[in-house]
Write a protein that binds this ligand. Structure first.
Ligand code: ZN
Length: 71
């Protein structure tokens, strides 16, 4: 993902958020196709479990990042 992509705001962890139609995406994470542990930091290019590539995957939702990574 292009790190210069437009973002709307930052969260408490200084991660870039983008607001799209009521959904808040966290641009510093992306979702692979795994059923669990599907959130990856943008520093990871590929999921070794399902083989998804970051460039083919959507950004993670902020609420899921918060729920799954900051329990
Ligand atoms: Zn995966």
């Amino acid at each position: 993902m292009d790190s210069s992509i437009y973002h709307d705001s930052l969260n408490a962890s200084n991660e870039r958020l983008q607001h799209i139609g009521g959904i808040i995406l966290n641009l510093d994470y992306w979702d692979c196709e795994c059923q669990s542990s599907f959130i990856h930091n943008v520093s990871q290019q590929r999921c070794d479990v399902c083989g998804s590539e970051q460039e083919d995957c959507p950004s993670s939702r902020e609420n899921e990042v918060q729920r799954l990574l900051r329990v």
